[in-house]
Design a protein around this ligand. Structure first.
Ligand SMILES: [Fe+2]
Length: 308
């Protein structure tokens, strides 16, 4: 049922006025977008007979939730929708293959320490299961990409990220690793845990109001970049997580769920220079050649500054 009221000349004129179409100045594209969004919201209000109490209550909810927009967006699938749109644009442009992209999330911190070939990500205080992850960065012909930067970040075993969790050391579970001549990267860390949106926060309240939960399965974030290649934003999931296919952020994608191999034999442990059983993930990243300099760059979004 379309809104009859919104289609009336009076409301159409109102929409033109509030979106600046009756005045000069401003940005034409912004005027069109504002008009569409406001018109769609007027229609929603009219079709669902939204009461003033509901409207002002929602406005207050959004004001309180401003700090959580970075979580509300993936919770409502916007991050995943943008990924799907980029996939579609690639397909239309004849670009195929490469490691699948998936959402960045709001918890990246730039400027993590840079290591060559290998890094230990954790500071040793979290007694979680030891993780050894390694692989190669290659191009679409399988040739190694030397000097690629694997920028990796993940949560601790409580599901918290350093910087945002002030109890952790700076850049804990965050590093940039430059691939060697064979395109190889490797790190030691701990297997991260999944996490949930903040309890009683606006995201949880919003999801709860539609009967949803705010849990993410355990995952590890990556930016992978190299001169001449498209910037890759992706994650891998830890196989076996109960929320693997029930991610509130909708970020799980086939091709990003590598096997986790558990090692308990003394020789394998010694070979890694460890003294405890560990989990191993072997995962390679395939980069796609960039057709423009812009494709090699990380897209803009609000991010925290590097730690001084
Ligand atoms: Fe995350």
């Amino acid at each position: 049922m379309a809104s009859r009221l919104v289609q009336t000349p009076e409301i159409q004129k109102l929409l033109d006025r509030v979106s600046g179409l009756t005045v000069g100045g401003g940005d034409p594209r912004t005027k069109q977008i504002v008009r569409r969004i406001v018109s769609d919201l007027y229609t929603t209000i009219d079709e669902f007979d939204i009461t003033p109490d509901e409207f002002w209550g929602t406005l207050g909810f959004l004001q309180q939730g401003a700090m959580e927009f970075g979580l509300i967006a993936p919770g409502l699938g916007f991050d995943h929708f943008l990924d799907i749109r980029m996939d579609e644009a690639d397909k239309a442009a004849g670009i195929e293959g490469g490691t699948p992209r998936t959402i960045e999330g709001p918890l990246y911190v730039p400027g993590a320490p840079l290591a060559k070939g290998f890094a230990r990500l954790d500071d040793g205080t979290d007694k979680g299961e030891v993780l050894v992850m390694h692989g190669r960065v290659t191009d679409q012909d399988g040739q190694p990409v030397a000097g690629a930067i694997v920028d990796v970040w993940h949560a601790n075993t409580l599901g918290n990220y350093s910087y945002f969790d002030k109890s952790q050391t700076d850049y804990n579970n965050r590093r940039r690793i430059e691939t060697d001549a064979e395109g190889k990267y490797k790190f030691h860390s701990i297997v991260p845990s999944g996490y949930a949106v903040p309890p009683q926060g606006t995201t949880e309240r919003l999801l709860g109001s539609v009967g949803r939960h705010g849990n993410r399965p355990a995952h590890i974030h990556f930016f992978v970049s190299a001169p001449g290649y498209r910037h890759l934003t992706t994650q891998i999931n830890i196989a076996g997580d109960p929320f693997l296919y029930d991610d509130f952020a909708q970020a799980t994608r086939e091709g990003l769920i590598p096997d986790v191999v558990r090692h308990e034999d003394a020789e394998a442990i010694r070979a890694e220079g460890l003294n405890t059983p560990f989990a191993e993930i072997d995962f390679g990243f395939t980069l796609v050649k960039a057709r423009s300099e812009a494709e090699g760059e990380l897209h803009a979004r609000p991010r925290v500054p590097p730690i001084a």
